[in-house]
Design a protein around this ligand. Structure first.
Ligand SMILES: Nc1ncnc2c1ncn2[C@@H]1O[C@H](COP(=O)(O)OP(=O)(O)O)[C@@H](O)[C@H]1O
Ligand SMILES: [Mg+2]
Length: 255
């Protein structure tokens, strides 16, 4: 259980339809202000659908209906007055495919700040350096800041993507299978990066890797067929889950 005062996000009875098809069947899930929550479950269980609902990514698609309550630090994510650009700064997202823009490393990292109107070179320089350091890639790129981000390896691009998200000072990071397009060494670097951010940010990571969930997360939520089966401390989920479906999944009986 998370203490009420330590929660950054409280979601209740989250339902989502793609057209007529209900893909999420009433999810109740809360997240602490710091640390990593893993969302696990077989392909098609609704992990990405739920994650994308948290920063209103579905607003960009036609024919999607979302209901339920989403209380983020006391504000309603789906309130008509919510500015989604501002929301996506506070709730940043990292995708499976590293997605640097075809600009320099520097311009990638400060992109969001420039969009927000920051022009002061000193402010940009400082935010850029801090973000690259926080994303554990500063040492590798500090002499190449004006080079294209597209020239970096996939793992480096993913850490630049993380730095770009961190630069706008989010409170919550959403990561959708951020290592599944990467080689094992790059994946390991991303895991280390996330663990280094553990004390400063709330993070929610979708992963199909149970070993990754058990290595890096504090809490794990198990999704199946659009429902949340259970959520608990990661150790409890992997050693002594309460639900038979969870037990079957973690012991490799399906998925
Ligand atoms: N854009 C979409 N349109 C229609 N159905 C979708 C769309 N995206 C996902 N789905 C369906 O919603 C369900 C959950 O998918 P998803 O959230 O992507 O699962 P996961 O991330 O756990 O693999 C699946 O049945 C999937 O086919
Ligand atoms: Mg997915």
């Amino acid at each position: 259980m998370i203490n009420q005062a330590d929660k950054i996000l409280i979601t209740r009875d989250v339902r989502l339809w793609y057209g007529q098809k209900e893909a999420l069947h009433g999810i109740d899930l809360d997240f602490p202000k710091k640390g990593i929550t893993a969302l696990i479950g077989p392909s098609g269980s609704g992990k990405s659908t739920y994650l994308r609902a948290l920063n209103r990514m579905h607003d960009l698609e036609d024919n999607v209906t979302v209901t339920g309550s989403f209380n983020f630090n006391g504000s309603d994510i789906y309130a008509p007055t919510t500015d989604t650009v501002d929301l996506r700064k506070k709730i940043g997202m990292v995708f499976q495919q590293p997605n640097p823009f075809p600009f320099s490393i520097y311009d990638n990292v400060v992109f969001g700040l420039r969009l927000a109107g920051v022009k002061d070179r000193k402010v940009l320089d400082q935010a850029m350096e801090e973000s690259l350091k926080a994303a554990s890639i500063w040492e590798e790129v500090k002499d190449d800041l004006q080079k294209s981000a597209l020239g970096l390896s996939g793992g480096q691009q993913q850490r630049v993507s993380i730095a770009r998200v961190l630069a706008t000072q989010p409170e919550l990071l959403l990561l959708d299978e951020p290592t599944s397009a990467l080689d094992p060494v790059s994946s390991h670097n991303i895991e280390e990066t996330l663990m280094n951010l553990h004390d400063q940010y709330a993070m929610i990571i979708v992963t199909h890797s149970m070993s990754q969930a058990s290595r890096i997360s504090d809490r794990t939520a198990f999704f199946l067929n659009g429902s949340l089966i259970e959520v608990d401390d990661t150790r409890k989920i992997f050693i002594d889950p309460s639900q038979k479906e969870t037990q079957d999944y973690i012991s490799g009986r399906f998925g």
